[in-house]
Design a protein around this ligand. Structure first.
Ligand code: GAR
Length: 223
């Protein structure tokens, strides 16, 4: 089963930082591989490099600084209005470091993706690379998932696994994981844009098939 989206699909990307995942989407879009149009990039922090990346690509940017709001609810309500002005078919969280209200997640249910640097359900939350090392894991990785009210808990779409090597620290491991982030996020967005990926009754569905709980699996053996 597939869903028909207008082509190219209108996407709004939310960021809080350097925007390397945003860059991967921009590159995919510019190469013609990704049938999306990034209608806007919105950051909750001013002066982050991701905004520069967007501007250099000619993409509209907007800053909605959470420090100017007195509650999470009022920030999220304004964020919904800001996003919806661009009438996106998909909202992409690309390093957007905010806990979201249930009103926000419900509003975009089934049309909002997040990327999280761990093999979910392992290591939800922060400092995932150090925690994977401290736990003595042999592998680590990254997950793209639909966003639900549960923090880092929505149905997984795709997961890339990387080995952990002796001598790794959080920084070397983060770099290895990030190379995979830049592969799997454009892939998941492409599936969604082509109407191959949907969320149905709390499950991620790809090409009409229910995905496993940890999503489509990619094994990355590169150093
Ligand atoms: C990425 O590594 C992403 O996985 C992580 O933030 C980084 C943003 O990098 N996201 C989370 O930790 C969400 N819980 P980027 O700004 O260079 O794309």
């Amino acid at each position: 089963m597939s869903t028909i989206h207008p082509s190219p699909l209108r996407v709004v990307v939310l960021i809080s930082g350097s925007g390397s995942n945003l860059q991967a989407l921009i590159d995919g879009m510019k190469s013609g591989d990704l049938p999306i149009e990034i209608a806007a990039v919105i950051s909750n922090r001013p002066d982050v490099f991701g905004l520069t990346r967007a501007q250099e690509a000619g993409i509209h940017t907007q800053v909605l600084d959470h420090k100017n709001f007195d509650s999470r609810e009022s920030f999220d309500a304004e964020l919904i209005q800001t996003i919806d002005n661009y009438t996106p078919g998909l909202v992409v969280l690309a390093g957007f470091m905010r806990i979201l209200t249930p009103e926000f997640t419900q509003h975009y249910l089934g049309r909002m993706l997040n990327i999280h640097p761990s093999l979910l359900p392992k290591f939800q939350g922060l400092h995932t690379h150090q925690r994977a090392l401290d736990a003595g894991e042999s592998h680590h990785g990254v997950t793209v998932h639909f966003v639900t009210a549960e923090l880092d808990g929505g149905p997984a779409v795709v997961q890339a696994r990387v080995p952990i090597f002796t001598g790794d620290d959080a920084s070397t491991l983060a770099k290895r994981v990030q190379r995979q982030e830049h592969v799997i996020y454009p892939l998941a967005v492409k599936w969604f844009a082509l109407g191959k990926l949907t969320m149905q009754e709390g499950h991620a569905v790809l090409n009409g098939e229910l995905l496993p709980a940890t999503g489509y699996q990619i094994e990355a053996n590169e150093p």
